[in-house]
Every structure is written in C-alpha cells, then in structure tokens.
Design a protein around this ligand. Structure first.
Ligand code: ZN
Length: 413
C-alpha cells in the first residue's frame, strides 16, 4: 500500500492512509489492527515504512507464554526512512532539519533502506548519563515493550515503525533481498555477537595473541540450527572454523550443511551412537580435526547447554546465546552436588569459560548486515523465509511460525 505524508512540521507527521500496527492484547486473543494517523517524532526519531518483517521464535513465545501484552510484536525487519524528527527549527515547519547518524557514522536521510537494533537506551538513567548506554537500566525494546500512547508503532508487525533517537541503525543496500535483510537485527546480529564474544574470550583463555586465538582452524560446535544457529555456523565457517552443528531435527541438520557445517549430529541419540555428537566428533578426530574449543548454544534448551559443555576441551569457551528464553528443566541441586557438567568444580577443573549473551552491540549489527550482503550468494539465506503473508494475516503467520515448518515466516505490509 502506498502511504503519503499529507502534513508535517518539525515533530508531527500526518500520513494517509494511516499507518497500521497489529496489536496483541493478551492470552486467548488474536492480533488486532490499530490505525495510527498521526505520529509525533522527537528530534532524531525516524519513521520507517516496513518493507518486510520476519516472525522470530521470541514472537511465537511471547504469545504462547502470554507475557507483556498489549504489544506490537516484531524486532526483525527492513524498511525505508519516510520521515525524521527535526529540532524545532526557527521556521517551525520544516522536518528537513532532522539529523540522525547511522551506527557506521554516516548521516541518515529520508529514502534510505535501513535495519535497526532490537533495543535502544533510555538516555536519561544514571548509566546513560554516565555515557554507558550499554548498561542502560531501562532500555526500550522493539516488539517487546507494552504499547503506549506516543509509541504505538513500536514493532515490526506494522506498516511503519517509529525508530527512537539513539537506536543503532544500519544502512543497507538496494540489491540484497528483503528476506535476507529482515532477520539481520535479530538472529543474525545475535550470532555475530556470539562469535565476537567467543573470539574475545578465547584471547583471554589462550593468554597470548597469535593465530591460535582466532577461530581459524578451530573446531566450533553450534547447538541448534534455527536462524541464529545457521547464521552462527556460516559466520564461524567464514572465519575459518571447522563447524559441527548439533540439532535434533533431521531437516534442519541437512540445512546446516548448506550453511557451512562440516559435520552434523543428532543430540537425541546417545553420544556414542552413530550420528550422535560423540560419534561425529570422533569422526572429525580421525580426519585430523581438533576437539571442540568453542561452543555456541543457540537453542536455549538446557540439555543442549549440558551437551555442549560435556564435549568442550579443557580451556574451552561456551557462549550461551539462546538462553534468554531457556526451555527445559533446570538441573536439581542434587545433580549439581554430584558434579554435573555445569557444576562449579567441573568449570574449575576444565578451565571452561562460560559467557551469557543478552543484548548485542551496534558493531554486531553492522557485522551482521555486512555478512548478510555477501553470504546470501554462498548460503541459501533467502530461502529461510519459507512463506510471506500480508500484514493483515499476522495471526496466520504466527501460527505458521509456531508450527516450525519454516525457519522464518515473512510479513509484508
Ligand atoms: Zn538508560
């Protein structure tokens, strides 16, 4: 649908037909469309027309677990800037006085195709005022925060998103497909952050600079072959790692082989059973490969966390990138006392470094976009969006995403 800005001054934008957002109002309800005819943009805010959004696992879980309503879901999307909030200029009319800077330092202008980070610092808490926005105590989260007056266009399941000033924005090219770009601010940026974290911790663990500190030639285990796991596998392979992907679903394991995995394993099998993780690692060892020195856990399943720790070499690094939405039963205190894999004694004995990843950094978003721009020629990223539905069918898109048929389902206004 074509939208036209019919009136604008320095902060208020009136658009026809009115921008719409799909609002989820809570347990047992479906998404309902609301119209937002007027948008008040603060200085540095962007109004972005959504080109394509993708439904992530977090969107599906938010509805399944009935948390946080009412909200506009969606934090994975690509769009185009249609208006910018300017400083109240002397003429009091023009919005061209608006100025915003992308994460790479370039100036943003109307018409640019962009993606943006999942979270934005508040700019008013003590940490923000101390110039530490990464430690912001009350960040806003796209597709996650309760919808409220003044920020109704707060998620990607909408025709437009109001991107708040201070959000890390990445400019994207005109030729990369929207299906490749939409997931970059979500799963792909998180995968980039996980790899950056692993490389940094290896540097500390190995204790010196040199080729052994990078991922080149190292064996990297990626647990889970959803969007984040597939992106992590492809990123690690590009860094020169030998990648093994552990994933219970047969079709996803086959997919992982198209995303840079040298080997795949089924964690539901016994570790020594053919096709199991221990068996696959033994095959790699016979082929002259090293044991696993870096493990990236993307599924959030506690069994997968345990499995990853169990095969990690002494001095190895485990990054938990999927555990923010952990599923499964926590180990009992008895099993911890008995020296289970996540017991402190085992951590010490094996000199394992375990890091949790919650929010990523602006540089991770830039890395994700740069990676996606090249990688979709080598790996079938575009095919991961198995189906795209119109925005009005957001409920069907959520159901389809929940079925697990596709790695991603698209939503197009
Ligand atoms: Zn803050």
């Amino acid at each position: 649908m074509s939208h036209t800005i019919v009136a604008a001054n320095s902060t208020d934008v009136l658009i026809k037909p009115a921008p719409v957002a799909m609002v989820w109002t809570g347990a047992g309800s479906s998404l309902a469309e609301i119209a937002v005819p007027g948008v008040a943009l603060a200085e540095g805010d962007l109004l972005v027309a959504v080109e394509l959004a993708t439904v992530s696992g977090a969107d599906v879980r938010a509805v399944a677990e009935a948390t946080g309503a009412p909200l506009v879901l969606g934090h994975e999307q690509v769009g185009r800037i249609v208006a910018m909030g300017g400083a109240p200029g002397s003429d009091g009319v023009s919005i061209s006085g608006g100025r915003a800077i992308a994460a790479d330092g370039r100036e943003l202008v109307v018409g640019m195709r962009v993606v943006w980070a999942e979270t934005v610092a508040c700019r008013t808490c003590s940490r923000c005022l101390a110039d530490a926005p990464r430690d912001c105590t009350r960040p806003s989260r796209y597709g996650h925060d309760r919808v409220h007056r003044g920020w109704e266009l707060s998620g990607g399941f909408a025709s437009h998103v109001q991107v708040l000033a201070g959000t890390a924005v990445a400019i994207v090219d005109e030729t990369t497909p929207a299906t490749v770009l939409a997931p970059t601010p979500g799963a792909v940026a998180r995968a980039a952050a996980a790899l950056r974290t692993a490389a940094t911790l290896r540097l500390l663990s190995v204790g010196r600079s040199g080729p052994s500190c990078g991922l080149d030639g190292r064996t990297v285990l990626v647990a889970g072959a959803g969007m984040m796991g597939l992106a992590a596998a492809a990123l690690a392979a590009e860094a020169g790692a030998i990648v093994i992907v552990s994933e219970p679903d047969e079709a996803r394991r086959q997919l992982a082989l198209d995303f840079g995995a040298t080997a795949v394993a089924d964690p539901s099998l016994g570790r020594r059973a053919p096709g199991g993780l221990g068996w696959a690692l033994n095959e790699l060892a016979i082929a002259g490969r090293e044991p696993v020195s870096v493990a990236i856990e993307t599924s959030g399943a506690l069994a997968a966390v345990d499995g990853a720790r169990a095969v990690l070499v002494d001095g190895g690094v485990l990054v938990l990138a999927g555990a923010a939405d952990a599923v499964g039963t926590p180990p009992s205190t008895e099993s911890l006392a008995a020296g289970g894999d996540i017991a402190p004694a085992a951590l010490v004995r094996h000199r394992h470094t375990v890091a949790g990843l919650h929010d990523y950094l602006p540089e991770d978003l830039l890395r994700a976009v740069e990676f996606a721009r090249m990688a979709w020629h080598r790996h079938p990223f575009a095919a991961l969006v198995g189906d795209t539905l119109p925005l009005a069918r957001a409920n069907d898109a959520l159901d389809l995403a929940a079925s697990g048929t596709h790695v991603r389902v698209g939503l197009a206004p």
